[in-house]
Design a protein around this ligand. Structure first.
Ligand code: 5AD
Ligand code: SF4
Length: 493
């Protein structure tokens, strides 16, 4: 496997994961999809260091969000089905693919510096492809900036990938897939999943919300939902294959609209997925506050397999800034949604995304964001400095906040949130939670996993735990970002 299993949950655009205060500008670690070995093929080409380049092999590196991670799993499935073999290093691959993120400027820059490392590859006959949001955003300009690239394809055109690959195999030098006005989703016959217990499942692609700072509507195109029947069919297949935790994905997952005559609501879909035999945990991300209603809270309250965690990005605590961001809700309306969650009989953990330094954000606006933290009592928050992006309405807004001021506000926000998390996690000392065993530490008897509320739990167990099992763990200590405990029993599947 190319990556560890501590990938946690959050979230859908350009960042890392887990419940925690996170400075995302430095985070976004690239992760690779592991090697899906099939039959050996003779080496045909040579790389510059003299190593062998395997014909019909591909290397796929993913930047950014879980949606990208999952798209990469599907891309890998498409390539494997065409007889390609996945390899662990770019040097030994005949096709190198980068699935990219452009949510903030730093993420996009990283892609170009990585591409620069492969300037000489073409001489060796390697094919370089750029997929994802930078591909969609920059389009054919990528060919002039990095002439050694042969394939540029945005996520809304992935259905065309097999066709594009055929053109490359036939000797075409440059191919593109850049349409976004599609009503199709990227469903594949074969998806190469990267984790044997937790599967991602896209239920809605694209975004119709048009927040003024965000590139996603441009890079991923309009909202397209899959039919409830095709989602449930895939869930049954995943359960049969042994997956116990499912994560339903969408930029605005709760805006799901069943295109079939069945017209299943999102909350009904959650229940239907959770009822499939074998499925023990259902997660979903990311929810948009406008489409978040009591029916979703009711579903979590009544169905134990639906995880007690909601990621509900607020972005700002100031109604004035929310309006400028075109978020479609005011501070008070957001807080009403929080009240719905807090009124549930089951304790539901709540996480969010926040942006500081949006154009025109005054000190008073920022203080409103700080006071919202006190009211909402988040279990985790991903905090970002505003980053102006191409093709977004906010690019043209005046009143830029100086970089140092953005950094100051970010630090103040994160310090405050860290203390809220410390207090919230310390309340849990003495309680027991079910944890999926996801990792083994190098230290003897030490394991890690997540609770249903998506808290990271590091725990001690004298038993030989099996990864993917569920155990009960009693919390003994807490930090702002994780719990520490001891196994006290296990639950049978
Ligand atoms: N600048 C900073 N943060 C952004 N996000 C989206 N676009 C931008 C931007 N231009 C953040 C939002 C979103 C998360 C995925 O990334 O908080 O919820
Ligand atoms: Fe971007 Fe807003 Fe859509 Fe989220 S809801 S993906 S922030 S436009």
């Amino acid at each position: 496997m190319g990556k560890s299993f501590d990938i946690g949950l959050e979230m859908l655009a350009g960042r890392g994961v887990g419940v925690g205060v996170t400075l995302n500008e430095t985070q976004d670690p690239p992760s690779k999809i592991g090697c899906g070995a099939s039959e050996e093929r003779p080496a045909r080409l040579r790389d510059s260091s003299g190593g062998a380049i395997g014909a019909g092999t591909f290397y796929l590196e993913t930047f950014g969000c879980q949606m990208n991670e999952h798209d990469s799993e599907k891309v890998a499935g498409v390539l494997l089905a065409r007889g390609y073999r996945q390899v662990e290093s770019a040097e030994s691959a005949s096709v190198i693919l980068y699935n990219t993120c452009s949510i903030r400027e730093k993420a996009a820059q990283k892609v170009f510096s990585r591409l620069g490392e492969y300037r000489s590859t073409q001489e060796d006959g390697q094919i370089i492809g750029v997929l994802g949001c930078v591909a969609q955003q920059e389009g054919e300009k990528i060919f002039s900036r990095a002439p050694w690239v042969s394939l540029v394809c945005g996520s809304a055109s992935y259905r065309k990938l097999p066709q594009l690959l055929s053109q490359l195999e036939a000797g075409n030098r440059r191919v593109t897939g850049l349409e976004t006005g599609t009503d199709e989703t990227f469903e594949t016959e074969v998806t190469r999943r990267d984790n044997p217990w937790r599967a991602y499942l896209t239920i809605i692609e694209g975004c119709d919300k048009a927040c003024s700072y965000c590139v996603v509507p441009f890079t991923r195109g309009p909202e397209r939902s899959r039919t409830s029947a095709s989602i449930l069919e895939e869930v049954r297949q995943l359960a049969d294959a042994g997956y116990t935790e499912l994560q339903l994905l969408g930029q605005t997952v709760n805006s799901y609209t069943d295109p079939s005559a069945r017209r299943m609501r999102f909350s009904e879909l959650l229940v239907a997925v959770a009822e499939v035999p074998g499925i023990r945990r259902v997660r979903f991300t990311t929810s948009h506050p406008r489409d978040f209603g009591k029916d979703i809270v009711d579903a979590i309250e009544t169905v134990p397999a639906i995880c007690e965690h909601v990621h509900l990005p607020v972005q700002s605590g100031s109604t004035r800034v929310l309006r400028a961001m075109a978020r479609t809700y005011a501070r008070e309306e957001y807080l009403e949604k929080v009240a719905l969650l807090r009124a549930a009989k089951r304790e539901i953990s709540l996480t969010t995304d926040l942006i500081v330094g949006f154009p025109g954000e005054t000190e008073k606006d920022f203080e409103e964001t700080l006071s919202l933290l006190d009211l909402a009592q988040y279990d985790g928050a991903f905090c970002f400095k505003y980053s102006p992006r191409p093709n977004t309405p906010s690019l043209k807004m005046d009143d830029a906040i100086p970089e140092e001021e953005k950094s100051r506000r970010l630090a103040v926000l994160m310090d405050k949130q860290r203390e809220i998390q410390r207090t919230r996690n310390e309340r849990l000392i003495g309680q027991s939670f079910e944890v999926m065993v996801e990792g083994k530490s190098k230290k003897e008897h030490q394991w890690s996993g997540h609770t249903s509320s998506n808290k990271v739990m590091n725990f001690t167990s004298r038993e030989q735990e099996s990864l993917g099992d569920y155990v009960h763990v009693k919390v003994a200590a807490a930090t702002p970002n994780s719990l520490v405990g001891e196994a006290v029993g296990r639950t049978e599947g």
